[in-house]
Write a protein that binds this ligand. Structure first.
Ligand code: DX5
Ligand code: ZN
Length: 590
């Protein structure tokens, strides 16, 4: 069975009940699971109905299954095999196989599990594995659990009639020991089945002792059926409803079932002695092995665990802590065991599949068109809001037609300059209308307050005048928010005013007009400033960009580029042009 992309089915075929767990596996992981059970002494019917239910749940058809359950009478054998070689010999897998092939089993019994319990060689006693060991003799002790061949054949034929084969047959306690026992623990397992009570002790080497007693919960049902004079199925039903090892005073007054006149007390009177007898037999059988192998706890499973008080009774009888793993312990252990066995292959498969997916994704990306980024490609021309109606949706359409990626937002407070223009409310409107980079030019006093408000309203770059109070603190504040920070230097201010902050800014906005109004003439003396800023930047490895604002047209733009500008702001030239995209292009000519 392939455990990477398929389904697997686990069945616990008991005398009075069949339980199943099925998993659907996709890409090495469990994608869907289902459980089903059928209470019936007709195993053929129960197996069929559990499989049908699970097939329906998972929408699949099973062809095979892993099987555990009541395999009938059992024999536990400890075999010793002795092989002697002429001279030294490197022990191999084949030597162990040869020893196993020579084991003999009682008539009518076949082995289900053969476990190496101990290996000895003359030069090393009690070795874990003889493989690769060089010696002239190997003595192995194998623990073997054998089951009646007739019952095994019966199970195979039940499966055959349900149109599935088996992938493996497992002893219930083998599965529980593999999944519930910690590596160093020694545990006494007790399964209270309908037909048998199975006892075994397992430690880190494997099975130390195993015994099946031909007494079980069906005997209890039989007793009830006889003494209360009801049929077997009815007795089974009453047992499940009422059976209790700790009778209560009121039980005498409470009818066991509305259909009958006997009380719960009557039921208990009848079943308690039988259960006590079964547990007595369990104790008597297990007492010597328990003192020999010294388990530290008991794990109890099977249908008998449903009777209240049974687990406590066993716990007291052995003076060992007992855990009730209920009737579905075995089928759960089977599913866990099978899943765990395939873990290394599953892990490798998942790693391969993930690597494959990464590779496929890379290839896919080559063929998938990249989605258009909503922010336009950068072009170094920023129209000034002073000359456009920023309330009109048309303005944004026009900007888009020219490929504009940066908008220069002029804000005047009436103090730093005489005029009042722009403002935080307008900035918010602009932000709501475009994904373009907002290049906010503050022509205001109180730069820190204005900057903070501009950032809240969506500014990406904030330019402050160099000649106001609080510039340095405001710059720090801007940069702390991760926005770009720059200063504007008016035509009449010398470059030396920038010296203390040049390392801390992202941009110098060279004003080619006195701030306050659009449409003024470009002051050619600033070309020298642009050049010096550009050479200083290169010389000292600085990072600021150089932008120019005021009086930009096709001519002055070219002069700015020549002297080292990176970004140009243009108001009236762009606003007055008849063809906006063409005007933008004319500014880009270098
Ligand atoms: C001036 C502003 C500039 C101005 C540019 O105070 O900062 O942004 O509006 O407009 P033009 O290009 O017409 O000089
Ligand atoms: Zn400006």
């Amino acid at each position: 069975m392939n455990l990477f992309d398929s389904c697997f089915l686990c069945l616990d075929i008991g005398t009075s009940c069949v339980r199943g767990i099925a998993h659907r596996v996709c890409s090495g992981k469990i994608a869907k699971s289902a459980t089903a059970m059928c209470d019936s002494f007709n195993q053929q019917f129960a197996v069929k109905s559990v499989i049908d239910n699970l097939e329906h749940e998972l929408g699949t058809h099973f062809e095979s299954a892993y099987i555990t359950g009541n395999f009938g009478n059992s024999e536990f054998l400890k075999h010793r095999q002795n092989t002697v070689w002429n001279g030294e010999h490197k022990i191999t897998d084949n030597d162990i196989r040869a020893q196993i092939s020579k084991l003999s089993f009682p008539d009518g019994f076949a082995p289900i599990h053969i476990m190496p319990l101990q290996y000895d060689t003359p030069s090393a006693r009690k070795i874990n594995s003889p493989i690769g060991y060089t010696d002239h003799q190997l003595v192995s002790t194998f623990g073997t659990i054998c089951y009646e061949t007739s019952r095994l054949n019966e199970i195979v034929s039940i499966l055959h009639q349900a149109h599935i084969q088996y992938d493996g047959l497992f002893d219930p306690h083998y599965l529980q020991s593999m999944t519930l026992r910690k590596p160093d623990e020694t545990i006494l397992f007790i399964d209270l089945g309908a037909e048998f009570s199975t006892l075994s002790i397992w430690n880190k080497t494997g099975v130390c002792w195993h015994k099946k007693l031909p007494v079980g919960m069906s005997n209890v049902t039989m007793d009830l059926s006889k003494s209360l004079n009801i049929d077997f199925d009815e007795a089974e039903r009453i047992k499940r409803m009422v059976a209790n090892l700790i009778p209560r005073t009121m039980d005498r007054m409470v009818p066991a079932d509305t259909a009958y006149d006997f009380s719960r007390g009557d039921v208990n009177d009848c079943l308690v002695p039988r259960i006590v007898d079964i547990i007595g037999q369990i104790k008597e059988t297990a007492i010597d092995p328990v003192s020999e192998f010294m388990p530290t706890k008991i794990i109890i499973s099977g249908g008998g665990t449903q009777i209240e008080g049974v687990v406590d009774f066993i716990e007291n009888a052995f003076g060992l802590p007992a855990e009730n793993h209920h009737a579905d312990a075995t089928v759960t252990a089977l599913a866990d065991y099978i899943w765990e066995c395939a873990k290394p292959e599953r892990d490798a498969y998942i790693i391969r599949a993930e690597r494959h997916a990464v590779y496929i994704n890379k290839i896919k990306k080559l063929f998938v068109k990249k989605p258009k980024k909503s922010r336009p490609k950068f072009i170094p021309i920023a129209p000034s809001t002073l000359c456009f109606n920023m309330q009109s949706p048309m303005t944004y359409k026009i900007f888009e037609s020219g490929g504009i990626s940066t908008i220069h937002v002029d804000i005047m407070d009436g103090f730093y300059v005489d005029k009042v223009a722009g403002g935080i409310a307008e900035l918010k409107t602009i932000r709501a209308n475009t994904r373009a980079h907002l290049h906010v030019h503050l022509m205001t006093e109180n730069p820190a307050i204005w900057a903070a408000n501009a950032i809240k309203a969506g500014a990406d770059t904030i330019i402050l005048p160099i000649n106001v109070n609080g510039v340095r603190a405001a710059l720090r504040g801007i940069r702390a928010t991760g926005r770009r920070a720059g200063v504007a230097i008016n035509p009449d201010i010398p470059l030396s005013a920038l010296t203390p902050i040049l390392r801390d800014i992202d941009e110098v906005l060279v004003m080619a007009v006195t701030p306050g109004a659009a449409g003024q003439e470009f002051d050619k003396s600033v070309l020298q400033k642009i050049l010096v800023l550009s050479t200083t930047r290169k010389k000292h490895g600085l990072k600021y960009i150089i932008s120019v604002d005021g009086g930009i047209n096709a001519d002055t733009a070219q002069q700015c580029w020549t002297n080292g500008a990176d970004l140009l702001v243009s108001g009236s030239y762009l606003a007055k042009s008849n063809d906006f995209p063409l005007a933008v292009q004319s500014l880009l000519n270098r």
